[in-house]
Design a protein around this ligand. Structure first.
Ligand code: PAF
Length: 286
């Protein structure tokens, strides 16, 4: 496995592989890799001849008062995990390699970005789309892998790829959870012992909502009210949002019909965590 911080070197390596007739998958990450990322890399390695993992804490997707400077980083541990999972190249650039001092071009998907996390993080998805678009332009990848945990991000990237005719397959991969249900996330490391216990309330709420839909409940207001009730029972939890939206457009729905996303964002102490599930009905039926 190789590692490079250079756009030119990453591009040359992928070009060489493509010339040899090999398929290449990309797993975009911000590093501090965990089992969730590993599952993406393993899947990419199973579906492509070569796998590139980008490991870059993207400054432009953090708001002014967010955790850019404290975001956890550990490139040595990332290298070990990538090697084990079957990656061939880690692309680990410095911010100045990705953004010239006078960088001024951004990519934005208007519709899908506005709701859910977009309400409290108004420039976040513009930063995500811009960096992902740049990665897609660095080399001719066949597929790119993203976790379903960031469901809105996945919807935004699918929309960007469709709208801008990007010739790449976007692959969404299932949420990987801790034993107690908490969705794996690099931000879980911010939690102290008490907060870590409290954080399980996100998955509890998500599982409760899913159960209600499986049992036939369709009214979004009834489902989200019950999910809120579960979260509010935890004193350390403060709700940012609990919503049922269309999984593709991220527009709020009144009824759980078609393909819907039930999504929650909750502060546990000062740490903001997200979780979700996707529920599909056919013609309104299970
Ligand atoms: O999901 C993430 O880790 C980031 O938002 C991504 C897609 C790597 C872009 O920086």
């Amino acid at each position: 496995m190789k590692i490079t911080g250079s756009v030119r070197e990453a591009r040359e390596q992928v070009k060489k592989w493509k010339k040899e007739g090999l398929s290449v998958g990309l797993v975009p990450t911000m590093g501090f890799l965990h089992e969730g990322h590993k599952s993406l890399i393993v899947r990419a390695a199973a579906e492509n001849d070569r796998v590139v993992v980008s490991d870059f804490v993207n400054p432009i997707q953090f708001g002014a008062n967010e955790d850019l400077s404290t975001y956890p980083r550990d490139i040595e541990q990332d290298k070990r995990l990538c090697e084990e999972a079957g990656a061939d190249l880690i692309f680990h650039p410095e911010p100045k390699e990705m953004y010239a001092a006078d960088f001024s071009t951004y990519v934005e998907t208007k519709a899908v970005s506005g709701g859910l996390c977009g309400k409290t993080r108004p420039t976040h998805f513009r930063g995500v789309c811009t960096v992902v678009c740049k990665l897609f332009h660095i080399a001719d990848f066949d597929r790119a892998y993203f976790g379903q945990k960031d469901a809105q991000q996945l919807a935004v990237i699918r929309r960007m790829a469709r709208d801008l005719n990007m010739d790449i397959e976007i692959v969404g991969c299932p949420i990987i959870r801790e034993k107690d249900g908490l969705a794996k996330s690099s931000r879980n490391t911010y939690l102290d012992e008490e907060e870590r216990k409290a954080a399980v309330v996100l998955s509890k709420a998500v599982f409760r909502g899913e159960e209600m839909m499986k049992n036939g409940e369709r009214k979004a207001a009834v489902i989200t009210e019950e999910m809120r009730r579960v979260i509010e029972a935890e004193p350390l939890a403060r709700i940012d949002y609990v919503e049922l939206v269309d999984a593709g457009s991220i527009e709020p729905v009144e009824l759980a019909e078609g393909r819907v996303l039930a999504a929650v964002a909750v502060y546990i102490g000062r740490t903001r965590l997200i979780d979700n599930f996707i529920f599909e009905t056919q013609g309104g039926e299970l």
